[in-house]
Design a protein around this ligand. Sequence first.
Ligand code: FES
Length: 370
Amino acid sequence: MEFVETIREDELANGTSKVISVKGKDIALFKIDNSITALGNSCLHKGGPLAKGKIEKKYDGFYVTCPWHGWEYNISNGKAPPGYDEQQSVFDVGIINGKIFVSSQPIIYSSKKKYDSPLKDLIELEYQTTTNSLNILGISTTNMNDNLKRDSTSEISLNKALSYSKEKYKSSTVLLRLRDLEFRHCEGYYSINEQACTWPCSISEMDENDGMNEVYRKMILWADIVIISTPIRWGNASSLYHKMIERLNCVQNQTTLHDRVLVKNKVACFIITGGQDNIQHVAGNMMMFFTELGFSLPPFAFMGWSRGWTAEDMENNVIQFSKSRYINRSVKDLVDNCIKLLHQIKTNPCKVVSSPQPKIVDAPSKIKQD
Ligand code: FES
């Protein structure tokens, strides 16, 4: 077995780890109780750097926790915690004259067990749309206390749109109310490393019951048309809307990382209601985000409702709204335009969608200077 000289033993403090390179391979060195061990640095999950992980005594020994999503490895033998079968690669270590020598090949090779993932349909992108499907997903992003029920103008409009599409076009419809889905906030794995923001979402992998999984399934796999309704809150879409779209970073991110557009041949439109104004601002943000995911927008892609800057008499808002001829007409117009566009798209659907978005290869650090 060939050994390669690396760093001096005193360059690795007790209780710490360091990454070194041996014949082009990144290896994580660990020193605990003055004993040095070496594991492959790249986490078996998505390649997170183990040398940057936290080292702790737990289970049956000392473990390192991957800083990306928390996979753990015993630093003395590379094994996953009891009950798991993953094995990280382990390299032999020798000390000669205070220098650390590491074997150029592993003495134990890595292995990763294949599990039947409950997210298989998302991983394999098992789309449920067909050339004839007309699946319309409504997503209501208003928040309210269901024990103190009240009328929501955004949700009423959304329900009208779904009912109309069912009656006139015999569409299949699903309504998701974000307030009914328990889901975690985006935890910003992208900020650690763009590869750490995964599809399916890293949080979904950690928790198959996370409520966003229903949004991913219905929005990405099932829907032909997505109608999103929001109230205006301080001039913006609702906080639940923002909570949802942060978790959709993993959809957009596929374009950046892998030039893989998950959303193709789908249409989106928006319902935006508030007591006061700012409809166009909210619409601009929503339209931008959904085109970033790959959705197509119909002409006049949103309808809105507000009564103006001085409309502080909110007790009259729902009454005025329910009397409005505009609401009944505009939700129908919105649905009609979406369905017309969908028909056009379905007569000549895109197999490949080019995206002019920045890709990881365009990042300044990836560009080779001539
Ligand atoms: S836990 Fe290591 S990359 Fe995900």
